[in-house]
Ligand binder design. Sequence first.
Ligand code: PGA
Length: 245
Amino acid sequence: MRRTMVAGNWKMHGSLQTNAELLRALVAAPRATCEVVVCTPFPYLAQAQQLLAGSAVALGAQDCSMHEHGAYTGEVAVGMLTEFGCSHVIVGHSERRAYHAETDAAVAAKAQRALAAGMTPIVCVGETLQQRERGETEAVIGLQLDATLHLLGERLPELVLAYEPVWAIGTGRTATPEQAQQVHAFIRERARHRGADADAVRVLYGGSVKPDNAAELFAQPDIDGGLIGGASLKAADFLAIAGAA
Ligand code: PGA
């Protein structure tokens, strides 16, 4: 049985004050049955580590360097993240792929680096609207996945994958449960085909998940939870989504 997960991706949002309110509300809520993770901006990791101490809510980052350490101005190493209690890290988010030219190979290398540090990488894949309309969804996602499968296929159950259609992120336009399920099943098949223990790997859905559509999405057989952007910034919404998982 795969344990469901709900991970909040705060993106570049937050302040010391609003973070404290949000994290205190999450910690005070009854413990969710799914795994709950919050991925904060780097400068807030120390604050979040302190506020989440002793709770069941895990802490994650939104990116990491593929290098162990060295002259990489502006980058953050996995060893630094673990010092601040991070157990998870998002890699290959479509915003990083689009605005920071992250390649599939770089994403795979970051995932490998995170695993080596004992962290769980959340590896994101997803097609743009144009790619979907051209009928290229599976081809695009297959390619995005292959670098990671090639490098880490045997360790796949230690990773979390996230399918986030770019056209559904922050747009209020969610993939239908059927559309999402179809791609999730494809991802699992691809992993199986590449020799990985595909039934053990968790695949999250992300893209405009809200309290009112979460249950339907999470009811799909190959959807193991969600990666939540906007709705993770409101405690009540995030908790409702975790409750649906
Ligand atoms: P959204 O973002 O929930 O705001 O659409 C999801 C994500 O980008 O991880």
